[in-house]
Design a protein around this ligand. Structure first.
Ligand code: ZN
Length: 613
């Protein structure tokens, strides 16, 4: 009786809530998803377990490994067909803070709001030392021989905050969502945080920092500096605690271990600097105890599948993912236990609702996202395609889409389509049931700097959702305040419903999601247009991106020749705009003077025109 009544009710509500573009079956599916979401939600427990019980989940640590084990068990409990670990590069090590304290003892007492930066060494017990201010790196040479037993304040990043007009927590306005939906330019950053850039670029710049800072840390040790202190770039005593100048100190092979380093409250840093400017040398008492561990078995992604029910389509995959790792200063509650909780809940809902998707649905919880996508980069390289040269691997043809969630706790307000205009109308239809509640915006805009970027680089349809910013960038992002208090569970619940419905739709549609048109214009010796870029002898790859290959990063490779890189192309008559990609780095033609570089009005800048007659 209960069941029948319930079924009748479901049927009625389903019928009454059918929206444009949605069939009755879809509507019933969505009702099932919503009903399932309302019973036995796994979201609260995920936040409790990951953030409060396990704590911060830095790459390579036991906390991370415990979290991966917990997530795997949770997926088994939901009834996925598989749930397993996949290891990625072995060279990463873990690091944990055991104890620390910091106080100003002269000219008078002040407890300093401080936190150690990741992967830094312990001090030799408790130290009481005067501080010296280093305005910028250039002035370092003048301090040679004057730093023994001193604490160095690193001032190059220091600036005061005007906090009086900062909005700490907010939602995206209806008007802005509307503008984003209509904006044709994928590179126009209207909402969200990061537009297009390349992962290789991020790795390259990190490598440069490694060289710079390795020698800086060595200099400090040789000179007898006892600790480094830098200001937080957040206001209100919030500490921005991520990597030590983003040097790859988490990588065992790079052999770089910074001396005891702290970030302290911007306001306390300011006082120390003002004291020094007044001719007073403050004294600080501090200690730091940290441990390093090397457990290569901790370097894993968590993967699970719900096998597709359709014999032919089950080969194909719809993947969802979020990163399970976090920085160490808070508990990684918002970045990104929140995203994991939503993706796990979407899987639970799909299993528990009895909906049986035709394609295989896969969930990947990544490790080492904060270390330039260590986990997802290895996964894509192993299964999808080589990220250096674009060579395809086994799963390339079979992945319909990858969906990522990593912009905080704010509910999903729609989706970024990475300039894929063919997917836009499809998503507009799939998001139509959420339009009325303001959560159905589909924009062409790019969103980057998280794990979908690696799939996107190979032109797999790969997406990050538009999310309400809430306190994300203003308070919690990589800070000591990334804790469970800032998780909005109602928002996460709404997001899980959207993800579950969306992947159900993508898994059941007739074809794979369409990919962007990437065109390969391969070099041809008989070609009449020659491209030549001088130098870059040590580059591993150079290619051309242009409107003639629809900005396909792997479409037109150059060959190494004497003195540079070159290719000949057989282009039809017309004008084209181009730039080079050198080891993943989008680079303007150095022969074109800066002031002559062009924009195409579609988001590509730094371009040179070539006319083919
Ligand atoms: Zn994140």
């Amino acid at each position: 009786m209960q069941t029948m009544k319930y079924f009748f009710y479901t049927f009625l509500t389903a019928f009454s809530s059918v929206t444009f573009g949605q069939s009755l079956t879809d509507s019933i599916a969505l009702e099932k998803i919503k009903t399932t979401s309302n019973s036995n939600s796994s979201i609260s427990q995920a936040i409790r377990q990951l953030a409060d019980i396990n704590g911060p989940r830095l790459l390579g640590t036991l906390n991370y490994y415990n979290s991966a084990n917990w997530a795997k068990q949770e997926l088994k409990r939901f009834g996925t067909d598989t749930a397993y670990f996949e290891s990625f590069d072995k060279q990463y090590r873990g690091w944990t803070v055991k104890s620390f304290n910091m106080e100003m003892t002269k000219p008078n007492f002040m407890h300093i709001i401080a936190y150690p930066l990741a992967y830094t060494k312990s001090t030799k017990g408790t130290i009481v030392a005067p501080v010296t201010f280093l305005a910028n790196n250039d002035s370092l040479k003048y301090l040679k021989g004057k730093l023994k037993g001193k604490i160095l304040l690193l001032g190059q990043d220091f600036y005061s905050f005007n906090t009086s007009h900062q909005i700490l927590s907010d939602r995206v306005s209806k008007e802005l969502l509307q503008q984003a939906a209509e904006n044709p330019d994928p590179n126009d950053l209207m909402i969200g945080y990061h537009s297009r850039r390349s992962t290789n670029e991020a790795i390259a710049s990190q490598e440069q920092r490694r060289v710079d800072f390795k020698s800086f840390f060595q200099f400090c040790e040789q000179e007898g500096v006892v600790a480094l202190i830098e200001p937080s770039d957040y206001p209100y005593g919030i500490l921005h605690t991520d990597g030590n100048h983003n040097v790859p100190s988490y990588n065992k092979q790079k052999n770089i271990t910074p001396i005891a380093s702290f970030v302290i409250a911007n306001e306390h840093f300011g006082r120390l600097v003002r004291l020094i400017a007044s001719g007073i040398t403050p004294t600080i008492k501090l200690n730091l105890e940290t441990t390093f561990n090397y457990n290569p078995e901790y370097n894993i992604n968590v993967v699970a599948d719900i096998k597709g029910t359709d014999k032919e389509l089950s080969e194909q995959q719809v993947i969802i993912g979020a990163h399970l790792d976090s920085w160490h200063g808070g508990t990684g509650a918002v970045d990104n236990a929140a995203g994991c909780a939503v993706m796990l809940e979407a899987i639970r809902i799909l299993k528990a609702s009895g909906l049986r998707p035709k394609r295989t649905i896969k969930i990947c919880l990544w490790g080492g996202e904060e270390q330039v996508f260590a986990g997802s980069r290895a996964y894509v390289n192993n299964h999808v395609g080589n990220l250096d040269n674009g060579n395809k691997k086994k799963d390339f043809q079979n992945i319909s889409a990858y969906f990522n969630l990593d912009n905080g706790t704010g509910k999903i307000r729609g989706i970024y389509t990475q300039g894929n205009s063919k997917v836009k109308p499809i998503f507009e239809e799939y998001f139509s049931p959420f339009k009325a509640s303001g959560n159905g915006t589909v924009t062409l805009q790019n969103a980057n700097q998280t794990d979908h970027e690696l799939f996107d680089a190979l032109n797999i349809p790969a997406f990050q959702f538009i999310q309400d910013p809430l306190n994300y960038i203003s308070v919690v992002h990589h800070t000591t305040m990334d804790v469970a208090e800032y998780v909005n569970e109602n928002d996460l619940k709404e997001s899980a419903i959207i993800v579950a419905y969306l992947i159900y739709k993508v898994a059941n549609q007739e074809t794979l999601l369409p990919r962007r048109d990437f065109i390969s214009v391969l070099p041809n010796l008989a070609g009449s247009t020659t491209f030549f870029i001088e130098g870059f002898e040590n580059a591993k790859s150079v290619s051309l991106v242009s409107d003639f290959n629809n900005w396909n990063m792997f479409g037109t490779p150059l060959a190494k020749v004497k003195g540079g890189w070159s290719c000949k192309l057989d282009l039809s008559k017309g004008k084209y705009l181009y730039k080079y990609i050198i080891d993943g780095d989008w680079t303007a033609d150095p022969k074109t003077p800066k002031e002559k570089l062009l924009k195409d009005g579609k988001g590509h800048a730094g371009l040179t025109e070539v006319v083919v007659k």
